[in-house]
Design a binder for this molecule. Sequence first.
Ligand code: DAT
Ligand code: MG
Length: 138
Amino acid sequence: MSVEETLVLIKPDGVARNLTGEILRRIEAKGYQLVDVKMLEAPRELLAAHYAEHEGKPFYEPLVEFMESGSIVALRVAGNRVIEGFRSLAGTTDPSTAAPGTIRGDLGRDWGLKVQQNLVHGSDSVESAERELALWFH
Ligand code: DAT
Ligand code: MG
């Protein structure tokens, strides 16, 4: 067993499309534990810190604007190898090509949408999870 914690964000498209319950259902069905949850409109400084690794990339500004566009549900989720496991539940970054059975593959819409509208965020490593959880839950 390697119990970890990860940061999951239900992005503004997921909240606006009433998919919060469906996404939580998939996380809980997998056996992961919800440790903490909050809903917020994320300030720019928080988003800039969260996405610091992407600063300067062409998709950075639209990404941050999208994340500012509505409410986000932030989750602290615990479970055995949950960091990799949640990324696997989420599917690949682009919903157009995400596998069936994944959150992005089943629920993501690909008609003319931007890649950033991919419903969820999940930390990608132990280091990212610690850094991101400290930003969103403190
Ligand atoms: P992930 O969210 O799968 O970890 P990432 O960390 O590489 O992906 O990128 C962060 C977010 O930025 C991603 O969820 C959607 C957006 N994004 C990534 N690559 C993109 C691209 N090529 N065009 C538009 N948006 C992109
Ligand atoms: Mg990422």
